[in-house]
Design a protein around this ligand. Structure first.
Ligand code: GDP
Ligand code: GDP
Length: 437
């Protein structure tokens, strides 16, 4: 988890996708169809020297087919700058330096991200193209010469990439700080919402000593509770270009969720739950984060006394795996219920960190087992001997049983519902492990 992101950037035809395939090889773990993506595979997990990373082929990101090529390349470079931890800037040694290379370089130079220049299509190291020296003028030092097609020197390139990982410092926050990711499609009102919360009375926006203006997080305090909005740099002073790329916002959302405790899934009331929201919510659930669904722009909905209930049901249907997430209907525009969001975050954080006394836990579970008989299979019945809570954030339970194979999904859900009925545990997923005693 929390792999660094490496992006390959460069004008069309320099060999980005060839290099991507070479590095990723057969170890592809993510294949995804995201909006605005033209290639089958655009990001995948890879590994070098035991260091895992996520590789992105930015050449597959398309903003708008009507755009001119050089606009596309600019968009792609911007995605890389905003998303990646390390950028591979690929040029074509056979073709030599072109004005498009210079355009890309211009954009990359403005970013603080580590950039590694690689000259591709050097298929024969005894016959290095003359033009290679021109690339020094780009200002990224000596290019690493590679041949993606033949797989030459790719190891050297990856050595340099991995070297830069060590220099990426991730700020760590104490357990007393509630880490909040605000995610959702472009234009749902994420930045408006964040700014509204930060502008609330009694919210004190603090500086973390030692961080620069590049800091991606926004720490603050309210009523003595410390919070931090994760990865808000791109949202608060946002660039309209990259925010309009859905793909980019999904990936950015994933990264923020990995570092967060609580995820605010922001939805546009007029639009409802989209495919992208399902992806992001699924990721939050799978990675064991607590979630709150924030339906924004509630002012734009024509309402009667049934509207909210209908809306709630619709969300429950579409995000069926996330019945536990509280839903709050707000309008940043009118300010309606905005001040309640932080209280809800604090509440959910407490649920997420809940530790249940073992004796009470076992009493609830044995009552539950007495009321609804456990499943049997081929004449053998599941026996639950005892339960312990092994950890929090999210609450995680070990069930010691006669045979873990006898547990059935629906019975597990029943037990989960019993725990929720007794302890609340609102907003948080629960993890259950069944072990043979
Ligand atoms: P992209 O548009 O930057 O993703 O470029 P592609 O990966 O699609 O490659 C463009 C063309 O360059 C294809 O015809 C590749 O076969 C070719 N190519 C890629 N890498 C190399 C290489 O190392 N050597 C040679 N000779 N050709 C390459
Ligand atoms: P982001 O891309 O998710 O950060 O969205 P923004 O915060 O930039 O908001 C997108 C647009 O929605 C802006 O024009 C906001 O003024 C507008 N907006 C945000 N919240 C609300 C709301 O509660 N009601 C209405 N009507 N518009 C809103």
């Amino acid at each position: 988890m929390d792999n660094p992101i490496v992006a390959i950037v460069g004008r069309p035809n320099v060999g980005k996708s060839t290099l991507f395939n070479k590095i990723v090889g057969k170890r592809i773990s993510i294949v995804d169809n995201l909006p605005g993506v033209t290639r089958d595979r655009i990001y995948a997990d890879a590994e070098w020297l035991n260091r895992g990373f996520t590789l992105i082929d930015t050449g597959g990101i398309e903003v708008d087919v009507k755009n001119e090529i050089h606009q596309q390349v600019k968009y792609q470079a911007e995605v890389a700058i905003n998303t990646a931890d390390v950028i591979i800037f690929l040029v074509d040694a056979k073709e030599g330096l072109t004005p498009s290379d210079q355009e890309v370089a211009e954009l990359l130079r403005r970013s603080a991200k580590p950039i590694i220049l690689a000259a591709n299509k050097v298929d024969n190291f005894n016959d290095i193209p003359e033009g290679i020296y021109d690339f020094f003028a780009l200002g990224f030092g000596e290019p690493v010469m590679i041949s993606s097609a033949l797989g030459l020197n790719i190891g050297d390139l990856l050595d340099r990439v991995v070297e830069r990982f060590q220099k990426i410092e991730k700020i760590k926050y104490g357990e007393d700080v509630i880490k909040v990711a605000v995610v959702g499609k472009p234009n749902v009102g994420k930045s408006s919402l964040i700014n509204a919360i930060l502008g609330e009375e009694r919210v004190i926006v603090s500086d973390i000593p030692g961080t620069t203006r590049d800091a991606v997080d926004t720490p603050f305090e309210k009523n003595g509770q410390k919070y931090v909005f994760i990865d808000t740099a791109g949202i608060r002073k946002k660039s309209k270009i990259s925010e309009s790329i859905e793909y980019y916002s999904v990936l950015r959302g994933f990264k923020a969720i990995e570092r967060a405790d609580i995820v605010l899934i922001v939805i546009d009331a007029l639009e409802g739950i989209t495919e992208q929201d399902k992806k992001i919510s699924g990721f939050a659930h799978d990675t064991g984060k607590a979630s709150i669904i924030v339906v924004n722009k509630w002012d734009l909905i024509e309402k009667d006394h049934t509207t909210m209930d209908k809306y709630r049901k619709d969300i429950r249907n579409k995000l069926a795996f996330m019945q536990y997430a509280p839903i709050i209907f707000v309008s940043v525009k009118t300010g309606k219920r905005v001040t309640r969001i932080l209280d809800l975050v604090k509440f959910v954080s407490d649920q997420y960190s809940m530790r249940i006394q073992t004796s009470i836990l076992n009493r609830i579970i044995s009552d539950a087992v007495a009321v609804v008989e456990p499943p049997s299979f081929k004449g053998r019945k599941l026996k639950v001997y005892y339960v312990t809570q092994s950890s929090t954030r999210p609450p995680t339970f070990n069930f010691f049983v006669n045979d873990p194979n006898l547990i059935h999904f629906s019975y597990q859900r029943y037990l989960e519902n019993q725990l929720r009925a007794s302890f609340g545990l609102e907003g948080t997923p629960l993890k259950f492990y069944f072990k043979k005693r």
